[in-house]
Design a protein around this ligand. Structure first.
Ligand SMILES: Nc1ncnc2c1ncn2[C@@H]1O[C@H](COP(=O)(O)OP(=O)(O)OP(=O)(O)O)[C@@H](O)[C@H]1O
Ligand SMILES: [Mg+2]
Length: 246
C-alpha cells in the first residue's frame, strides 16, 4: 500500500461561526491524479485553502510529506509550500507584469537564484506550456486558454512535487479544456508530480482521474478510485457519473 503524500484526518473548517467542512478525512497518493468533486458551495475550495493554511483549520490533522502542518509556524510551512504548485480558482495573473515576470514570481519569492538562472528556468517552463513565443506579452494580450497555461507555468516554476488546480478549465471551451487536461497529464509525467484537481466536468474526469473525492455539503460522501466511483451505489455519486450533474 502506497503512503499518502497528503493525509487529512477529521478536518473541520469554519468561517467565523459557520462550519463548512465537517470531519473530512482524505488521503492523496503520490503520482496519482485525485479529483475533488462536489456541487457549488460544498467546500472544495475551502478544503484546498485549509490544507494550504490560507485559512487555519478549526480542528483536525493535515499531514503533507508525512509532517503535521497545522501546528507549523510560517517559516517551516513556507518550506512545504515551496514544493507545492497552486493554480487558484480565480488565480489571476498580475495584469501589469509580462508573462515572464508572472511566471518568475515563485522563484523570486522562494529562492535566491540570480536573474540569469531564473530567466533560463522560466523559459523552460514557458516552453513546456507552449508559451515560449509569448514570454514578453501582457496577460491582457492572451486568450483564456493561454492565461491558464501561463498560470500553470507559474505553478510549476519551482518543480513542485504536488500540483493543486482549482477548476483549471472553468470558462474554457471543451476543446481548449481537453488540451489543458492533456497538458496537465504531460507535465505530471515530465515533472513526476502528484496532482489534486477540482473539476465538475465529467469528460475531464474520465480523462484524468485516478482517484475521486466526493464532497457533499461539507461532508465526505465518497473516496476511492475512478473505477470504484463508477460502480458505487451512493445515489449522489451514481447520479453524477450518469448525468454529469450534481
Ligand atoms: N472567505 C469566506 N468567508 C466566508 N464564507 C466563505 C468564504 N469562502 C467561502 N465561503 C462559503 O463557504 C462555502 C463553501 O465555499 P467554497 O468556495 O469552498 O465552495 P466550492 O465547493 O469551492 O464552490 P464552487 O464549486 O462554486 O467553487 C460557501 O457557502 C461559501 O459561501
Ligand atoms: Mg471553489
Amino acid at each position: 500500500m502506497k503512503k499518502p503524500i497528503i493525509s487529512v484526518k477529521n478536518l473541520v473548517a469554519k468561517y467565523g461561526e459557520e462550519t463548512i467542512l465537517e470531519n473530512v478525512s482524505v488521503d492523496i497518493y503520490p503520482h496519482e491524479v485525485t479529483v475533488i468533486l462536489g456541487g457549488s458551495g460544498c467546500g472544495k475550495t475551502t478544503f484546498i485553502k485549509n490544507i494550504l493554511k490560507l485559512y487555519q483549520p478549526f480542528s483536525g490533522s493535515v499531514k503533507i510529506f508525512g509532517k503535521e502542518v497545522t501546528s507549523m509556524d510560517e517559516q517551516e510551512f513556507n518550506d512545504i509550500l515551496s514544493k507545492i504548485g497552486i493554480l487558484f480558482q480565480n488565480g489571476a495573473l498580475l495584469n501589469s507584469l509580462s508573462i515572464f515576470d508572472n511566471a518568475a514570481i515563485p522563484l523570486e519569492q522562494h529562492t535566491k537564484l540570480p536573474n540569469n538562472v531564473i530567466e533560463k528556468m522560466i523559459k523552460v517552463k514557458l516552453d513546456l506550456v507552449n508559451l515560449g513565443y509569448a514570454i514578453h506579452m501582457l496577460p491582457s494580450e492572451l486568450s483564456g486558454g493561454m492565461k491558464k497555461r501561463a498560470a500553470l507555468a507559474r505553478a510549476i516554476a519551482l518543480d513542485p512535487d504536488i500540483l493543486i488546480c482549482d477548476e483549471p478549465s472553468a470558462g474554457l471551451d471543451p476543446l481548449t479544456s481537453a488540451s489543458l487536461d492533456e497538458l496537465i497529464l504531460k507535465l505530471k509525467d515530465l515533472l513526476n508530480m502528484t496532482i489534486v484537481i477540482v473539476t465538475h466536468e465529467l469528460a475531464s474526469i474520465h480523462r484524468i482521474a485516478d482517484r475521486i473525492v466526493f464532497l457533499d455539503n461539507g461532508r465526505l460522501l465518497f473516496s476511492g478510485t475512478l473505477e470504484e466511483a463508477k460502480k458505487t451505489d451512493i445515489p449522489e455519486v451514481k447520479t453524477f457519473f450518469e448525468v454529469g450533474k450534481f
